[in-house]
Design a protein around this ligand. Sequence first.
Ligand code: ATP
Length: 237
Amino acid sequence: MAALLEVADLSAYYGPTKVLHGISFSLDEGGITTILGANGAGKTTTLRALCGMVRSVGQVTLGGEAITGLATESVAKRGVAHVPEGRGTFTRLSTEENLRLGAISRRDRDGVEADLERMYGYFPRLRERRQQQAGTLSGGEQQMLAIARALMLRPRLMLLDEPSFGLAPLIVQEMFRILRRINEEEKVSMLLVEQNAALALDLADTAYLLETGRVAMSGPAKEIVADEQVRRSYLGY
Ligand code: ATP
């Protein structure tokens, strides 16, 4: 399979503090890659570096084109959708207004209407709450809205930061089932940052383990899940 995203020797800084120390990884077209690691390992920073939100050096290519150091908007225009932790929906707008905003740069009106319907197909709760103010949705519903809104851009790659954060266990499982369907049906590749290592390794095909800003381990998710140290430190058995 061809690589969609290739990251080589990427370092990132907050002011003078270096928090990523030359990490390298890749993501296959259509694949799901997960980045695991303890609190503070640099997972969120990795996603933020890829979409131009923190100062970084290194080489990043998307479909063969260099995107290193591009501004957030330019990265988004090339088909990378970032779903940050904490969701970032427009709380005073309705569910449907949020979804339409996700497609604001598109001109294909019929395509947008069809995509809206598809999003409501993935997330029936959002259809039921289409007129409700986003700020009054439950945590799980807001997370679904953030993902659906990102999809309205028709991205090639989604950067998902902790989609399970703060959700009840049953909702988390539902969320991961939907993510798998979206990956298959929308042909969208995913880079997933997740604290819940068991779920992430179940969904992903490839995994990287970050420790204090460095890649400590990498490989097929099936192999990582079988690793003794990963089991002890991240899966708790
Ligand atoms: P978590 O799971 O806790 O979110 P993470 O692996 O996503 O952890 P990051 O948020 O990427 O970790 O943080 C990596 C390091 O960078 C941490 O040491 C953190 O304290 C530091 N850091 C994060 N954001 C900033 C910031 N805005 N300014 C300075 N340092 C920061």
